[in-house]
Design a protein around this ligand. Structure first.
Ligand code: RNT
Ligand code: ZN
Length: 414
């Protein structure tokens, strides 16, 4: 009997159908963030990354143009099992000469649509409300009406682009708004900026688009670098805004207090919203956006999605940017870990465990949950990779290493 068959038998005894689990896993489309490929730089030739976020490190081989970024994405996608989506930011528009962000149109993204079509991928989208001189003192909550309008127009433009992606690629494209607006020190007035943000959002969402092709979300945050004391778009702000306006409230697991867990929020969100949008990252001491590893919280997030039977109701976006390691490996490690966490959850006999909880048999519940952690998940993962023509275990690393040698190290940054 093969190792895989043995593993299947073991899982069957625990009440888990491995083939059914793999089928469900194969359907999950992750939204893979393009911005890991170039440290959130984009193609605008503009100022450095701003907005209270930071990509640290100077690993060689950053993608410098659309062609390089697409090639690098291809290199990563080849070793991530399954069909996925690419998450774009407005600064990745492919234009002849500079186009201001409020003037962006679907036609500035046709090359990405061609790229996605040729590979059977979906596309998600984000307006970029940072790394721009008009974003220095705030964006959608800025005191100056002219600056607010510029960003409102940018967000309106970006929603049209997302709808275009959805229509062209026959998917629902998520358009997620995140703004950096906030204060370094104690504000005198917390209310007015939030009122202005609310008005800006009302304006942005006053345009009705086709829900078959676009979903809208707003992303909250607790603080940014240089914006430590006040964040206009806080969690309470967006939860209320999203709930009242029938859009999605995106949860980024780097955007909460260190002991506050997104995994615990998922069931509550799903009770009140049709869909849920996530940014999966790894905060180390702060919103540092380290590469996602298979840690307890990632596993718990995945377990909640599976336990709530929400795999078809969730947009799972990866969101980290590590410039200190090979960027293709960073994509692969994070995507694999998200998939492994989902697989681990799909391989748990959750109904049996829920029954134990209901019956108050908590000793058994603890013992079993711990026992399943060392079941042969790796063997099932290897089989999943092989059936998707992806090298099993760490075999993919050689592929990345060769790509680094042959492609990345030949790029000279000037
Ligand atoms: C910033 C947010 C936001 C960004 C991307 C680049 O803290 O997490 O989602 O990471 O839009
Ligand atoms: Zn995020």
């Amino acid at each position: 009997m093969s190792r895989f068959d043995e593993a299947k038998e073991l899982y069957a005894k625990a009440g888990v159908d491995v083939d059914a689990a793999l089928k469900k896993l194969a359907k999950v489309r992750l939204s893979i963030h393009c911005w890991q490929g170039d440290d959130v730089t984009g193609f605008e030739n503009r100022s450095a990354l701003s907005g209270g976020i930071a990509a640290t490190g100077n690993y060689p081989g950053r993608a410098r143009n659309p062609e390089e970024l697409m090639n690098d994405l291809d290199a990563a996608l080849k070793i991530v099992p399954g069909k996925h989506k690419i998450n774009l930011h407005a600064i990745y528009a492919i234009t002849d000469g500079q186009v201001e962000r409020d003037a962006l149109e679907p036609r500035h993204f046709t090359k990405w649509v061609d790229y996605a079509k040729a590979r059977g991928l979906g596309l998600d989208f984000n307006p970029t409300l940072f790394s721009h001189q008009k974003a220095d003192g705030g964006t959608l909550s800025h005191p100056d009406a002219g600056i607010r309008k510029f960003w409102v127009d940018h967000c309106k433009a970006s929603r049209k682009i997302a709808e275009y992606f959805g229509r062209e690629l026959n998917t629902v494209s998520l358009n997620n708004i995140w703004i950096p607006d906030g204060c370094k020190d104690i504000p005198a007035d917390r209310l007015s900026p939030r009122r202005r943000l609310k008005d800006s959002l009302d304006d942005i969402y006053s345009v009705t688009l086709d829900g078959r092709y676009i979903a809208d979300s707003v992303e909250s945050k607790v603080f940014g670098i240089g914006l430590e004391s006040y964040t206009v778009g806080s969690h309470e702000f967006y939860m209320n805004y999203a709930g009242k306006n029938n859009i999605l409230c995106l949860l980024d697991n780097g955007h909460f207090h260190p002991t506050e867990k997104v995994s615990d929020k998922i069931s509550s969100m799903l009770l009140f919203f049709d869909k849920l949008a996530l940014h999966v990252t790894r905060p180390v001491r702060w919103d540092s956006d380290h590469v996602v590893i298979l840690d307890d919280e990632l596993r718990e997030i995945a377990k909640e999605l599976v336990a709530c039977d929400a795999l078809e109701r969730v947009f799972i976006g990866l969101d980290y940017f590590d410039a200190s390691i090979n960027r293709i490996a960073a994509w692969v490690v994070g995507a694999h870990n998200m998939q492994k966490a989902l697989l681990a959850a799909l391989l748990m006999p959750l109904e049996k465990l829920s029954a134990l909880q209901k019956e108050g048999r908590f000793t058994e519940l603890l013992a079993l949950q711990e026992a399943y952690k060392t079941y042969p998940i790796g063997t099932v993962w290897d089989a999943f990779c092989e059936s998707n023509s992806v090298p099993a275990r760490e075999g993919w690393f050689d592929v990345v290493h060769n790509y680094e040698k042959n492609v990345l190290l030949k790029r000279k940054l000037n």
